[in-house]
Design a protein around this ligand. Sequence first.
Ligand code: F6P
Length: 553
Amino acid sequence: MPTQEKTVTSQIAPLVDRSAWKKLTAHYEKLQEVHMRQMFADDPQRGEKLTAEGAGLFLDYSKNRVTDETLKLLVELAEESGLPERIKAMFGGEKINLTEDRAVLHVALRAPQDATITVDGENVVPDVHEVLDRMSKFADRVRSGEWKGHSGKRIVNIVNIGIGGSDLGPVMAYEALKHYAQRDLTFRFVSNVDGTDFAEAVVDLDPEETLFIVASKTFTTLETMTNAGTAREWSLAAFGGDKASVAKHFVAVSTNAEKVTEFGIDTANMFGFWDWVGGRYSMDSSIGLSTMLAVGPDNFRAMLDGFHQMDEHFRTTPFEKNLPVLMGLLSIWYNDFFGSETVAVLPYDQYLKRFPAYLQQLSMESNGKYITTEGKRVTYNTGPVLFGEPGTNGQHSFYQLIHQGTRLIPCDFIAFAKSLNPLGRHHDMLQANVFAQAEALAFGKTAEQVKAEGTADWLVPHRVFEGNRPSNVLMAESLTPALLGALVALYEHSVFVQGVIWNIDSFDQWGVELGKKLAQAIIPELESDEEPSLEHDSSTNHLIRKYRKMKGM
Ligand code: F6P
């Protein structure tokens, strides 16, 4: 933790004093009543015009409550907020994670071998590729069966132990790329300190055939270290406590070699990464080892290439056609002007079932901040609540509220033209729902239309859809490893754009510390029959006493 005093001052005016912000405020007053029906009627080309493409992704953002003027002002806001300079600073390895005094270089993880990206005067790209090569060799050995367990059996089960960024990326990518996975290998992911998670993950596994990846940037996270310890006991028990077995059944992914050694894993079996990779930005570092084991080094590198394509799109494309910039700015528009408090991400692909959960950490841990980089309380709303489910499942649960609830919930639909599992008419049926939902949200159904269908008068209000509810449609040909990389990078950079405009540090996460610290103090209190600490409030103390009683103490 940096201890030196530092004064952060910005040349840029506070957000609400920026001229583009003021113009947007006035513009919003005029635009808030305008219906998208009108916008589409005014410009028959709108559906073709308000689109952009990059890295294999097509974005239709025409069903948003924006005009040319809105877009012009939003781009002006990005420029006035210093976004061009901040993009340069990030890609240039500057320490833009101010509170942790770190560079933010997930883009270096997918840079081609001949690129140069320097941190503290040193090119980090060769190190990235050295780790990638080691990962590839290891993955090939496990996938081919050459890497054997302690008793000589082939490894067929891989259990990733990690939490947050050391779990959500790996599990999301494993599910997303399952189509490309080696099917004679079984993958499990243990994250929760709830013993049930570990117990259920290994219930049908043979320890002699099981390899654990302990994935933790810090190698100090309570949940992960507890699960790793339990895994070691479970594994050792199968080998009569022979510690030599650990080398065959445990590998580590971390930035902390010292702690890895302390745990008993040889650093020869450790795959490193660096403090300039944030946990929630690490699925393409060695944290992605489980992904590489599942889909193989070539597919993993194809995924990295997709990430890189989107990085280049973001770095070089004018803001008016820049996917992450457009999506980030639209998010600001709803969040800060329309007062939207949530966003929904709705992938119409079963393989992306964990994508919303992944994005929750990416977005909410990055932009859930009320303090500016200068240490002042913001006077506007920052990161929205993100939620989502794959379509069409969500349609049969929470879409009602998106269509007819009192809140405005901007939606991102994600569609693919080709299915990885073509089955009769399934795919067209699935994707038709994307277009139908976006259409229904935008245009709704008027009372006249409802009446014309012969609906009884008293029922008409219930069956009216007011519409004017915004959405983006993202579409790609099919869910390939490269496309997944591009999609993740799109959201990473969109989150970055929003953080720059809000002038917050999107790369720290101090907000998770207090709860962690309090839990450490409470754990022994749950195990002791002494009076709980006087430092707690009466509610916490009462809960502790009640818990102990209920568990039979
Ligand atoms: O508690 C939050 C957090 O620090 C996340 O930012 C991170 O992804 C997760 O915990 C896991 O951390 P680690 O990889 O160090 O175990």
